[in-house]
Ligand binder design. Sequence first.
Ligand SMILES: [Zn+2]
Ligand SMILES: [Zn+2]
Length: 135
Amino acid sequence: MKTLNGSCLCGAIQFRVADAFDYVGNCHCSECRKFSGSDYAPAGGLSAEHFAFIQGEETVRYYEKSPATTLAFCPTCGSSLFSIKSDTGRYNIRLGALDDTPSQKPSFHIHVDSKAPWLTINDKLTRYPGHPESL
Ligand SMILES: [Zn+2]
Ligand SMILES: [Zn+2]
């Protein structure tokens, strides 16, 4: 299976994922906005067996933002890398952390009801007001 490499800004943390996300979409929730420092956060979800660290696993810091979601980031450069869902064990990889180009592109927007007020969504992708049950 084709794989994609990802890393943080300073390069201390490197990981590899399968180029086969279960879904790829843009999250507009206020928490992703804070964590990413951006208008919204594009992410691709996959199960844990499709994720592996190449280096820096011991460097990664985790922030449990809720019982359902833990966020992973680099303590040196501050890059947000991925989240882990406690119920499914699924990893949501921040697309911006990837060094390679994934085959898939974002196909939907979630939490559009809480999108950044200054942002205008100009594409035709599916928009969900909140978080759909299927994700
Ligand atoms: Zn770093
Ligand atoms: Zn979010």
